[in-house]
Design a binder for this molecule. Structure first.
Ligand code: ATP
Length: 270
């Protein structure tokens, strides 16, 4: 039953070069998560503890899940994902139980990267209302913190959390020894958008007239997930038109369609 709420990927296949526009964040994540897994002796020799947990924050669809997956790919670690919202349960003790299962699963399959998406669902600042539901969520979060307190920072399990609602988080989870490395993952800038277009068209049959620099200029405010939708939608236009190559006009039509909100922007669980 526990597998229903956890997504376990034994061999994740996201690489750092699949991620566009957030090179600084990639570097920080590698330092904070990959190095302690791959070369724990670096930390031992110097005599410091690596960050306990890493928190990625920023708008949806900017590559936070990809980053966590790429670390797991790079270190041949099992990727175990759970959504914070899944940890919010009706019955007393169910949430904490899931947290225990999550860490147990990681211990069974180490090296492992645990990724908790939407951490705000269990780690938001509590409001004044003290309903029993709040108390249960609180217990779930305490369980998570105690699991984190209990594991060896130089060990084979790393934990990454993500949120779109950084402002809502309870300070308790950000204390040293907990999620003590914060990495902001912003919307991509122009150059980043161009890179993301290039990444998502790598396998596409694209015409010579396609200009990704121009497309990047036309997509101010788009996230990586939205750019991915534009590329897929552009391919759909070519198919409808019985063509096997995708041209600039297809991309522009796709852009218009997505800006008009006709297309569902799906954040795929990659
Ligand atoms: P959420 O907060 O909704 O979980 P997220 O930040 O974790 O979002 P991802 O799940 O990593 O976003 O991204 C969704 C999809 O969008 C990815 O599978 C990928 O195809 C595309 N994408 C997002 N950001 C990038 C990026 N920086 N480079 C390349 N592709 C990206």
């Amino acid at each position: 039953a526990r597998a229903q709420t956890m997504e376990i990927t034994e061999k994740p296949d996201v690489n750092y070069d699949d991620i566009g526009g957030i090179d600084d964040q990639v570097r920080e994540v590698r330092e904070a998560v990959e190095q302690p897994l791959a070369q724990p002796e670096l930390f031992e020799n110097v005599g410091i503890e690596p960050p306990a947990g890493v928190l990625l924050y920023g708008p949806p669809g900017t590559g936070k899940t990809m980053l966590a997956k790429a670390v797991a790919t790079q270190t041949d670690a099992t990727f175990i994902k759970m959504a914070g919202s899944e940890l919010v349960r009706k019955f007393i003790g169910e949430g904490s139980r899931l947290v225990r299962d999550l860490f147990e699963m990681a211990r069974e399959r180490e090296p492992a990267v645990i990724f908790i998406d939407e951490i705000d669902a269990i780690a938001a600042t509590r409001t004044e209302s003290k309903t029993s539901g709040d108390a249960e969520v609180q217990r779930t979060m305490m369980q998570l913190l105690s699991e984190m307190d209990g594991f060896d920072e130089r060990g084979d399990i790393r934990i990454i959390a993500a949120t779109n609602r950084f402002d809502m988080l309870d300070d308790a989870i950000l204390r040293p020894g907990r999620f003590d490395r914060l990495i902001e993952v912003p919307e991509p800038d122009g150059e980043g958008r161009q890179q993301i277009f290039e990444i998502h068209t790598r396998t596409m049959n694209v015409d010579d007239d396609v200009d990704f620099e121009v497309l990047a200029e036309q997509t101010v405010g788009f996230t990586g997930a939205e750019i991915e939708s534009v590329t897929t939608e552009a391919g759909m236009f070519a198919i409808r038109d019985d063509r096997t190559t995708v041209g600039q006009s297809d991309f522009e039509a796709a852009l218009e369609k997505i800006e008009a909100g006709d297309a569902e922007v799906v954040t795929s669980a990659n």
